[in-house]
Design a protein around this ligand. Sequence first.
Ligand SMILES: NCc1[nH]cc(CCC(=O)O)c1CC(=O)O
Length: 301
Amino acid sequence: MRLVYATRKSALALAQCRAVVAQLKAIHPNVDFVEEQVVTSGDKIQDRPLSEIGGKGLFVKEIEERLLDERADFAVHSIKDVPGIVPPGLALVCVPRREDPRDVLVAPRHGGLEALPSGARVGTSSLRRMVALKAARPDLNVVPLRGNVDTRLRKVDAGEVDAIVLARAGLVRLGLEARATEVLEPDVSIPAVGQGALGLESREEDEATRAYLAPLHDAETGICVAVERGVMIAVEGDCRTPIAAYAVRTESGRLHVRAFIARPDGSSCRKTERTLQWPTSEADAATLGQDIGHHLLAQIS
Ligand SMILES: NCc1[nH]cc(CCC(=O)O)c1CC(=O)O
């Protein structure tokens, strides 16, 4: 048996898919896993914010084309990069256990958010992170900064900016978690939808591939991600809307959700925090998320 997986070429994408494939190999020693590297439109355009160039779908489009025309059998994505609606014929068939979902600050010369001097330049092109930074420290100067994790680290090291905000999960997967100078708790920066989670995508009808991937699925992460993606689907169609949603299972087995959306210019911002009954299926989880998203949308418009 031979399974081809398509991946982006960035260090993070390669680290992620190879870690997943190593786990799959341990379970299926007789399967031959073949890597196919793909350059996506999102990788080619590095100088403008994603919200301007058409959104995160740009990182998955070319990979999904390969799945659809059967040049590849599965892909490993950061769920954060996967749009709410997956193209017909494809499905997110497996969501492994989530890594740390939180954002971190990397400020080599300063340390934490409170230690940054007034007017310090913080580089991020994420509207969500911009809103969180401005709420915590209105005196900071948030400047656009894109690029792979390594590019952004180089820019803060070179002094182009005083600090950057990254996902802790990405640093952990690259073995660079020591670069974080402060972890931003969800009360300061609500994580992005799906942050820290991976999604394995394959053709919906390809039962054989789905069966090979299934052992890596984590039901609890799957439910949390379905809630968060539900919030996103409710407001989708506009990638300029800053949005965050973070769901966890509490110690008492309930569902705890934090979410916010804002107007694209950050002017009007609504946050919500709810504790609900744990959903019994991903479909129910998605519906709960959509209810939260619609409720927030009604409040800012
Ligand atoms: N394209 C950006 C992206 N997509 C996924 C991650 C981090 C890993 C994750 O959230 O699972 C990152 C980098 C970042 O935000 O710092």
